[in-house]
Design a protein around this ligand. Structure first.
Ligand SMILES: Nc1ncnc2c1ncn2[C@@H]1O[C@H](COP(=O)(O)OP(=O)(O)OP(=O)(O)O)[C@@H](O)[C@H]1O
Ligand SMILES: [Mg+2]
Length: 249
């Protein structure tokens, strides 16, 4: 699925990723943990193709294709999805319009017919009910004035509608109440599929009780310094990062 080899990336001349190597297999959920500032969000941006990041060395392959050569929309069309740590607000664009544009852009790029408006509405309404997004929120400007938890639910709604191949969730659990955490986890678990993989960035082991990862990776100073199974998250919760972050120096 996703193969990252010796990835080096910088922003404004500041080196953030330092030889990061990571493999996520088909159908896997990989949890990424690590101290603040270690490069987790940067990694998600570099995979999704956000502007401003310069890759100076290394490879990112999605099912064998070099994603670093693609622009962000091409990556999205190939099924890369990123739920932002800080979801963007788009004043003047209703959530419904935004969702329709995303879904149709993706279908178009794949050579599929666009959804008719009734078809699209049916899907969005059903998805919103599933994720617990009130229908009236769909008529509001995207994320403008949404609470922290509402923004995170909206990210999960987008993800479930776009049915990505490789989905990255960047601290989607932060700021969620207990019920919303379960909703988010159910949203992810419902999408689990042998042909779909997830990268779940989180600081807290708690989320991983609901979204059980296949692998857990510790990121420190721009590289993966430890890889383990789900028990690694429990160990980190108990001991912190001190046993691992020294190794990155
Ligand atoms: N535009 C920028 N200019 C300079 N430094 C930046 C820029 N963007 C990010 N950085 C730095 O890159 C480092 C990695 O940031 P990143 O957001 O990837 O960390 P993170 O692991 O996601 O942290 P957190 O757990 O707090 O979300 C930080 O030291 C950050 O200050
Ligand atoms: Mg971050």
């Amino acid at each position: 699925m996703l193969e990252i080899r010796n990835l080096h990336a910088e922003i404004d001349g500041k080196k953030i990723l330092n030889g990061l190597t990571l493999t996520v297999n088909d159908g896997e959920i990989a949890a990424i943990m690590g101290p603040n500032g270690s490069g987790k969000s940067t990694l998600s941006y570099v995979i999704a193709g956000r502007e401003g990041y310069e890759v100076t060395e290394g490879e990112v392959l999605l099912n064998g294709a070099n994603v670093l050569e693609m622009d962000a929309s091409e990556r999205a069309a190939r099924g890369v999805f990123l739920a932002f740590q800080y979801p963007l607000e788009i004043p003047g664009v209703t959530t419904m319009t935004f969702l329709k544009a995303c879904m149709n852009a993706q279908r178009k790029a794949r050579g599929e017919a666009e959804f008719s408006t009734p078809d699209f509405m049916k899907r969005v309404r059903a998805g919103a009910d599933r994720i617990g997004v009130p229908q009236d929120m769909l008529r509001r400007a995207l994320n403008v004035g949404f609470s922290g938890g509402e923004k995170k639910r909206m990210e999960v709604l987008q993800m479930s509608l776009l049915e990505p191949t490789f989905a990255i969730l960047d601290e989607t659990d932060s700021g969620l109440d207990i019920d919303a955490l379960r909703v988010v986890a159910d949203g992810v678990n419902a999408l689990r599929d042998p042909k779909r993989s997830f990268m779940v960035i989180t600081h807290y082991q708690r989320l991983l009780d609901y979204i059980v990862p296949d692998t857990v990776h510790v990121l420190s100073k721009g590289r993966i310094v430890k890889t383990g199974g789900k028990e690694l998250a429990l160990e980190l919760e108990a001991n912190g990062y001190r046993d691992y972050i020294g190794e990155a120096a």
